[in-house]
Ligand binder design. Structure first.
Ligand SMILES: [Zn+2]
Length: 301
């Protein structure tokens, strides 16, 4: 588990190797990769180290720890996904994959603290399933967002065919050719395969300047983003209804041309797991990697 001291020490050790690796001229010259031939067995720790070395900084503290399994496990296959749900773990088992690279927590809180879940049946079932099948789960959240470019934003913009409209320095700020809020929402739904979005605004309002904030950065960051960027529309993943949605409602009442579109957390970031699939295929082509979306946990009726 994340709180196991041995695992933590190993993780720090692995992170240390990665830091040493980035001082060398080529990432391929890093300690972890130096003696690797394509058909050599690859461990969980080597894949983590390689990604961390590419990001170029070993973060501490970070939520990007192993939630299950060991860095020494030899990888039989990889599944990339937003959430290591029980369904995704079963898919990994079917695929013969023993390493899941997930973007979000496994155990229902940001730090994956499990002390409060020790007697919980759902937690126990999931932890046992992972243990029985010797499956490692790594949360790659802080690192993929620190990657240059941010792997999640890059992949989402590509899927939306918005890359050419993104600001060179801050790709979350976009200048679109211009469309109504209704047209923008139609595009988002179609490209990201979303059944419904929630929004605040007038469907006919022109939306050119877009602030795109995938995931759930919190109300304060979303509102500070609006203050700085002054977008026509904030397109976000997830929000607390009592924060950003109320701010945008008040801004509208005051007379501002500001809209809000809430995509849902998974739809706003899922393509980051496609980025990880492509990264695996480039860096570890001998390992069979599969990307599966867990889909939205919440249904509409
Ligand atoms: Zn994220």
């Amino acid at each position: 588990m994340i709180n196991d001291n041995i695992t933590r020490r190993k993780f720090i050790r692995n992170a240390g190797i990665a830091t040493a690796g980035i001082t060398l001229a080529s990432p391929l010259a890093g300690n972890a990769a130096r003696f690797l031939k394509t058909d050599d067995p690859v461990t969980v720790g080597q894949i983590m180290d390689k990604f961390i070395a590419e990001v170029g900084v070993a973060l501490f503290p970070t939520v990007d720890t192993l939630k299950s399994g060991s860095p020494d496990t030899v990888v039989t296959g990889v599944l990339t996904t937003m959430f290591a749900t029980i369904d995704m773990i079963r898919k990994a088992i079917d695929l013969g994959a023993n390493f899941i690279i997930a973007h979000e927590p496994t155990f229902y809180n940001h730090e994956d603290n499990t002390d409060w879940l020790k007697n919980d049946d759902v937690y126990q079932y999931k932890a046992d399933l992972l243990k029985q099948h010797n499956i490692a789960v790594w949360r790659n959240h802080d690192y993929i967002h620190r990657h240059k470019p941010d792997g999640v934003t890059k992949a989402q913009l590509e899927q939306l065919e918005w890359t050419q409209y993104a600001d060179k320095d801050i790709p979350n700020i976009l200048t679109l050719p211009g469309s109504s809020l209704k047209g923008l929402v139609g595009h988002l739904k179609q490209k990201l395969n979303i059944q419904m979005v929630r929004y605040v605004g007038e469907p006919g309002q022109e939306c050119k300047r877009v602030l795109f904030m995938p995931g759930a950065p919190g109300g304060m960051r979303q509102i500070q983003g609006i203050q700085k960027v002054k977008p026509d529309v904030l397109v976000c993943g997830e929000l607390s209804e009592w924060e950003t949605a109320e701010y945008v409602r008040d801004a509208q009442a005051k007379g501002d041309k500001l809209s809000l579109v809430v995509l849902g957390h998974i739809a706003s970031e899922e393509w980051g797991s496609q980025f990880m699939l492509e990264w695996m295929n480039r860096n570890f082509p001998s390992i069979k990697t599969t990307h599966i979306s867990p889909g939205n946990s919440l249904k509409f009726m």
